[in-house]
Ligand binder design. Structure first.
Ligand code: ATP
Length: 198
């Protein structure tokens, strides 16, 4: 997957609509302390479905909405749009992907993929299948290098599995196991009912 563009509105310090074009060759974002460099990386993780307010450096998820300053009122919502190209097919063509996450005060988050309303889980699976996601080791925030060095073997294995593109299969396996358990319990209940009819 190739991330092409990021659009932010009301997200953290980006109160006015802002657009970041991610062209091939972009290697870094520079700026004075506190200008919003980390907020950009957090916007990528957030639109990919990050669900932990703590890892967004907030106490609650609504803390990502512009909180207001002395001269500006707070915003009622935050929205991040991520535009990307999927990995190339065998014939070399790529598909365009647009993922939108929006949060409104008191109303929680809503997601869209290519204009269609979807669940957070669909967004997470879309990115997991593309070997990326909110917890991808490819998104290196401050302090992450030390965390990777100190990672336990199981955590390193998760990173390798993601790089190999099989992280999405684990989510699907968990879902399938849950369905299997529910079906087993339905079958057991059916046996009880049939035994009662004998
Ligand atoms: P450094 O170089 O120090 O790491 P940085 O460029 O990475 O800084 P960020 O940490 O991305 O900067 O941005 C911090 C700024 O974002 C702070 O000025 C903070 O007040 C602002 N900010 C964070 N959340 C919000 C919010 N909800 N509303 C308004 N401003 C916010």
């Amino acid at each position: 997957m190739r991330i092409r563009r990021l659009k932010l509105s009301g997200f953290k310090s980006f109160v006015e609509p802002a657009e970041l074009r991610i062209e091939p060759g972009l290697t870094g974002v520079v700026g004075p302390n506190g200008c919003g460099k980390s907020n950009l990386l957090e916007a990528i993780r957030w639109v990919m479905g990050e669900s932990s307010p703590k890892s967004m450096r907030g106490g609650g998820m609504e803390d990502v909405i512009f909180a207001g300053t002395a001269g500006r009122p707070p915003r009622a919502f935050a929205e991040v749009v991520l535009q990307a190209d999927t990995a190339p097919r065998e014939d070399g063509t790529r598909e365009e992907l647009e993922v939108v996450r929006r949060i409104e005060r008191g109303a929680g988050s809503a997601y869209r993929i290519n204009g269609r309303d979807v669940r957070a889980k669909d967004v997470a699976l879309t990115f997991a299948d593309a070997a990326t996601g909110a917890h991808s080791p490819a998104l290196v925030s401050q302090g992450r290098i030390a965390a990777v060095i100190a990672a336990k073997p199981a955590e390193r294995r998760a990173m390798l599995e993601e790089a190999a593109g099989i992280a999405g299969l684990h989510v699907r396996r968990k879902d399938a196991e849950q369905k299997l358990r529910a079906t087993e319990s339905n079958l057991a209940r059916l046996d009880d009912i049939m035994a009662g009819l004998d």
